[in-house]
Design a protein around this ligand. Structure first.
Ligand code: G1P
Length: 296
């Protein structure tokens, strides 16, 4: 089956790199400009044709499920003041009731474990995984939509992961592919390693947080084998599926921002503001001001 109907959003991480902001606030609720990271990921999935949205939650993440609900007091006040645009921003994007599923990962045992928590909800069909702190700015076509189309064009089934080249000193932050051939967009991989040191990395082609996976992955995740960092890694399950389930890296069109890091998060705010007609001029003024101050 080629249609991808379901997406998993692992949102149980502790967000320790953003303390103290994430002491009580879910890191996926941090806004880029004025929208939480998790809403960008949701909208990207929706625009790729996803119909069911599965959130793997941790404790203290209730703000996320509340964000996908009505906020009656606010809506009443906005309604009374006839603030249509603000009302639209509050609820205009909500999916139909019943299409959102929230489940709990009681312990943060790793990305592979988080995805495994969705096994009963996915059943026997290919599905997408989106990591909300990886943002992809792709004004032409959202990253996941590009992937869904590429997946539909594959001859057989297989696992498809979004990839981009990173500098060799950063390979230990990512899953890294060992590749057979280097076609411009779709790359065939024969191995994948989680967070290798630069000297051991088979390439510099890194996985970023968008995946289309076969449901057999749950057979491997069932084993709960620990990998890099003592965590149950998604990478290891994808690797264990080789060669039966081929692995493809997809070089997407767009710019990725690592909003799991402070630098990436700050840059995303600048980049997304520059994309916005209502903020572009102001952001350019700000950038000029600070560039001049730095040069002085
Ligand atoms: C996870 C994956 C890794 C991938 C990365 C992309 O790592 O385990 O393979 O390259 O996301 O952002 P994390 O960033 O959760 O440590």
């Amino acid at each position: 089956m080629k249609k991808i109907r379901k997406a998993v959003f692992p949102v149980g991480g502790l967000g320790t790199r953003f303390l103290p902001a994430t002491k009580t606030l879910a890191k996926e609720m941090l806004p880029v400009v004025d929208k939480p990271l998790v809403q960008y990921a949701f909208e990207e999935a929706r625009d790729a044709g996803i119909e069911q949205f599965i959130f793997i939650m941790g404790r203290n993440k209730n703000a996320i499920s509340n964000h996908f609900d009505n906020a009656y007091e606010l809506q009443t006040i906005l309604g009374e003041k006839n603030k249509r645009q603000e009302l639209e921003q509050t609820i205009g994007w909500l999916p139909e009731a019943g299409n959102l599923i929230f489940t709990r990962q009681q312990q943060p045992l790793g990305l592979g474990h988080a995805v495994w928590c969705a096994r009963h909800l996915i059943g026997d069909e290919p599905f997408a995984v989106l990591l909300a702190d990886d943002m992809v700015l792709a004004p032409q076509k959202p990253c996941l939509k590009q992937m869904v189309e590429a997946y539909a064009g594959l001859k057989g089934d297989g696992n498809l992961v979004a990839v981009q080249n990173v500098s060799r000193e950063h390979t230990s932050r990512y899953g890294i592919l060992a590749t057979k051939d280097e076609k411009p967009q779709l790359v065939s991989a024969y191995d994948m390693v989680e967070k290798p040191k630069p000297d051991n990395a088979p390439s510099t082609l890194a996985v970023i947080g968008r995946y289309i996976l076969q449901p057999d992955i749950f057979d491997y995740l069932d084993k709960h084998e620990k990998g890099a960092g003592g965590e149950i890694q998604l990478t290891d399950a994808i690797r264990a599926m080789l060669p039966g389930s081929p692995l493809f890296g997809f070089r997407f069109d767009g710019i990725r921002y690592d909003c799991g890091s402070k630098e990436g998060f700050l840059e995303a705010n600048i980049a997304y503001a520059l994309e916005r007609p209502d903020l572009r001029d102001a952001m350019q003024d700000i950038l000029r001001k600070y560039a001049l101050a730095q040069a002085a």
